[in-house]
Design a protein around this ligand. Sequence first.
Ligand SMILES: NC(=O)c1ccc[n+]([C@@H]2O[C@H](COP(=O)([O-])OP(=O)(O)OC[C@H]3O[C@@H](n4cnc5c(N)ncnc54)[C@H](OP(=O)(O)O)[C@@H]3O)[C@@H](O)[C@H]2O)c1
Length: 196
Amino acid sequence: MLTTKLPSHIKGYQETLDSFEQSMKDLQLEVLDLYLIHAPWPWSNIGQDCTQGNIESFKAMIDLYKQGRIRSIGVSNFSVKDLKAIMDATGFAPHVNQIRFYVGDTQDEIVSFCKANNILVEAYSPLATGRILNHPELLQMAEQKGVTIAQLCIKYCLQKNTLPLPKTTKKERMIENASLDFTLSEEEMKKLDHIK
Ligand SMILES: NC(=O)c1ccc[n+]([C@@H]2O[C@H](COP(=O)([O-])OP(=O)(O)OC[C@H]3O[C@@H](n4cnc5c(N)ncnc54)[C@H](OP(=O)(O)O)[C@@H]3O)[C@@H](O)[C@H]2O)c1
């Protein structure tokens, strides 16, 4: 599945249509699987109120979706407030919210809002960008189950009904990260819920 994003500094109806067409030209595609608003604010000015711009961008994405140019549309790094603003203005819930999510950082408020509104949570940095891979408690649990910490963390995201997006530059790790033929018990999930 191919995903691309509207750059975080581009907001507005026509600006979104233009940026989308440029991406499609660059990707040499007619139809895109998933298009996301990268963030509610420009990365250069985190926290800036861009509510109106996000609403206009999302309206453009809804039109592209209705025209069949995009199969699914969504957002990334949106809070509950950001989500409500675009949903109230358009009457349309995004299909996806791609957010930071990993063992020890589960953003419960956003996740339950997404669940209640049928919005798929994509879990980015599911390995905490690699920082979690030496955690002693995780190491102990992984060893007991005969899996790696990476597999444990990815499985945790899946059992939390999110879609994890682990990244690796190594083929063998790609295979490892997709080999998840085990289940975490309720007790193990609870233990992982409390990892700091
Ligand atoms: N929407 C957003 O704003 C946003 C923000 C951040 C990230 N993302 C997306 O989320 C995805 C992943 O996030 P991320 O790169 O931040 O972090 P991540 O997937 O949590 O961690 C990636 C790190 O883990 C290592 N790694 C992966 N598999 C491993 C394994 N099995 N064993 C040991 N080390 C392993 C990788 O190193 P090697 O390459 O050496 O294996 C890399 O250093 C990316 O596609 C990224 O584009 C989105």
